[in-house]
Design a protein. Structure first.
Length: 320
C-alpha cells in the first residue's frame, strides 16, 4: 500500500515479457549520435509496479478519537485524545482521507488544543442553541450575519475551535469573499443552515424515543427546536430531513442510523434486510453511504447483494 497526501493506493508487481535495461551512460542520446554501439547494462527489469486507487480502511479512527471520551467543555480526557500525527501512524490512509473521516457526519470530530475530540450531544446542543440565540440577540439577519463577530462573542464561553466547528456544520457562507476553510476561522457573511439545525434536533429526538407514531413525533420535533430559529414550513418538516437515520413503517418512525452500520458491504445489506425485508432503491440509498465508491456504485452493490422484485407498489429490493 502507498499513501500520498490525498489518496491511498495498492502497489502491485506486474510481470512483463519485455526487459527494461538500465545502462551506465549518463547521456545515451549522445552515445547513439557518436556511434557508440556497446554499453554495459547495470540491471535488467522483467516487471514493473502498478498503482490502483484503494479505499482507505479507517475503521480505527473512531475508536482512537473516542478513547478519551466525549468532550463536554472540560479539559478532562485531553491527554488521552489523539493528535493527527498519531492517527496517521495507526490508520492506513492518506492525510486528506483521514481528515475527511474525522469531519464526516459519522464522526463530526473537532481539533481542540491540538487533539481530536467528539462533542457530547448535550454539549453540542447547548452550543447550537447559543448560536441561534446569539444571532437573534444581536439583531442579525439569520440569512446574513458576520461570522467573525459571532465567533468572537461565543468564544467568551466556549472554545473558539468548538464554535467554529458548529458554525461550519450549522451555517454556511453566503457572500463573495466569505469562506469556510477547515484550517482557518470562518470569515465574511454567513447564514444559519436552518434545515441542518432542524435535522440535528430531529435525529437527537428520534434517538431518544427510538420509535414513535409519525404525527406525534413531528409535533414533538417542532416543539424541540431552538427559540429564534426561522420557522421551517410544515411541508418541509418531514421524515425526509432525517434520511440515513430513520425508517418508516406502518405510520411509525424508527431510529436506524447509517453511522452504526457495518463497513463491510455484505454485512451492511444483511443489517438493512434485518431491519426491513423490502426496500425501495431510493430509500436504501442514504444507508449505503461509506460503501459506495467511484467503481462500486450503488447500482452495482444492489445487483450484487440484493434481489430486485416487481410489486404493486413498484420495484423493491429484498435479500438474496
Amino acid at each position: 500500500m502507498l499513501c500520498t497526501a490525498s489518496q491511498t493506493y495498492t502497489l502491485k508487481n506486474v510481470e512483463s515479457s519485455n526487459t527494461l535495461l538500465l545502462v551506465d551512460s549518463p547521456n545515451l542520446q549522445h552515445d547513439i549520435s557518436a556511434g557508440v554501439k556497446r554499453r554495459r547494462a547495470l540491471v535488467g527489469m522483467h516487471y514493473n509496479y502498478e498503482l490502483a486507487v484503494k479505499k482507505a480502511r479507517l475503521d480505527n479512527v473512531r475508536a482512537m478519537v473516542l478513547i478519551a471520551g466525549e468532550y463536554k467543555g472540560e479539559r478532562e480526557g485531553d491527554d488521552a485524545a489523539p493528535r493527527l500525527s498519531e492517527i496517521e501512524s495507526a490508520c492506513p490512509g492518506s492525510k486528506e482521507e483521514i481528515l475527511e473521516e474525522l469531519r464526516s457526519e459519522k464522526l463530526r470530530a473537532v481539533e481542540i488544543r491540538g487533539r481530536w475530540r467528539v462533542l457530547a450531544e448535550d454539549y453540542e446542543e447547548e452550543v447550537v442553541r447559543v448560536l441561534v440565540a446569539t444571532v437573534e440577540e444581536q439583531g442579525w439577519d439569520a440569512s446574513s450575519f458576520p461570522a467573525e463577530e459571532c465567533v468572537k462573542i461565543m468564544a467568551t464561553d466556549y472554545e473558539k475551535t468548538v464554535v467554529e466547528h458548529c458554525l461550519r456544520f450549522y451555517a454556511h457562507p453566503v457572500a463573495e469573499g466569505s469562506v469556510a476553510p477547515q484550517k482557518s476561522a470562518p470569515i465574511g457573511r454567513w447564514a444559519l443552515n436552518v434545515k441542518g439545525i432542524v435535522r440535528f434536533f430531529g435525529v437527537r429526538l428520534l434517538r431518544k424515543v427510538g420509535k414513535q407514531q409519525q404525527s406525534t413525533f413531528l409535533q414533538a420535533w417542532r416543539a424541540a427546536l431552538p427559540e429564534g430559529l426561522p420557522e421551517l414550513p410544515s411541508e418541509e418538516l418531514t421524515p425526509a430531513l432525517l434520511s440515513g437515520f430513520c425508517v418508516q413503517e406502518s405510520g411509525q418512525l424508527a431510529y436506524f442510523p447509517h453511522t452504526s452500520l457495518p463497513a463491510d458491504p455484505r454485512e451492511r445489506f444483511k443489517s438493512l434486510f434485518q431491519c426491513k425485508p423490502k426496500w425501495r432503491g431510493e430509500d436504501m440509498e442514504p444507508f449505503l453511504e461509506g460503501i459506495v465508491t467511484a467503481t462500486q456504485t450503488s447500482k452495482r452493490l444492489l445487483l450484487k447483494y440484493a434481489r430486485s422484485v416487481q410489486t404493486p407498489d413498484g420495484r423493491m429490493y429484498c435479500t438474496r
